[in-house]
Design a protein around this ligand. Structure first.
Ligand SMILES: Cc1cc2nc3c(=O)[nH]c(=O)nc-3n(C[C@H](O)[C@H](O)[C@H](O)COP(=O)(O)O)c2cc1C
Length: 176
């Protein structure tokens, strides 16, 4: 396992694109693995200095079985297992207490006030803290222009820069 791990859930591929861009940014300073919640190991070893998690906003929060089913019915999404995703991975994960962590989500661009009330990353951060992890940076939000994507212009590059900044926070003082 590398020094950073990015675990994502993605119905239409946008959160996966962001996860891979964050991983590319992290790779500037940390050996980084990226995996979907379906594939990621739930046992995270002590070599991992930073765990980044992220996925889409569904119904004001993280995807749940009912919202994944909604994505299939309403938008014709293909979801292999609507019973499992990032929330379920975080419920099962075992990570050494004190490991660094950060959360992101993807969502539609709402006016500021609604955005404050409405985001998956808030729940992701709660679950990360519940695991005893240390948030190294506030959550970041990336925007899609339509529920089925694509991402808004520039979001992939912004994700790469955020990943690089996270790696710099984690390695500050230890880089040669
Ligand atoms: C069932 C469902 C509920 C959604 N609810 C919200 C929402 O409450 N707020 C929001 O900003 N976007 C909402 N969206 C749009 C998603 O955020 C968008 O589909 C997602 O960011 C795309 O990421 P993905 O390609 O990784 O699935 C919803 C989408 C679906 C399918």
């Amino acid at each position: 396992m590398g020094e950073a791990l990015v675990v994502y859930e993605s119905v239409f591929g946008d959160s996966e694109t962001i996860a891979r861009a964050v991983a590319a940014g992290l790779s500037a300073h940390l050996a980084t693995d990226v995996a979907s919640a379906a594939d990621a190991p739930t046992g995270v070893g002590p070599d991992v200095r930073l765990l980044v998690v992220g996925g889409p906003t569904h119904a004001f929060g993280m995807p749940k079985p009912a919202t994944r089913e909604g994505a299939v019915k309403q938008y014709g999404a293909q979801v292999e297992n609507t019973g499992s995703g990032l929330h379920e991975w975080l419920d099962a994960a075992r990570v050494p207490a004190g490991t660094g962590a950060a959360a992101f989500d993807t969502r539609m661009d709402h006016p500021k006030l609604v955005t404050k009330l409405n985001h998956a990353a808030k729940s992701e951060e709660k679950l990360l803290k519940g695991l005893g992890l240390t948030l190294v940076s506030p959550a970041e939000h990336f925007f899609v222009v339509d529920p089925k994507g694509p991402l808004a212009d520039g979001e992939e590059e912004r994700a790469r820069q955020w990943g690089r900044a996270l790696a710099e926070i984690v390695t500050a003082g230890t880089r040669r």
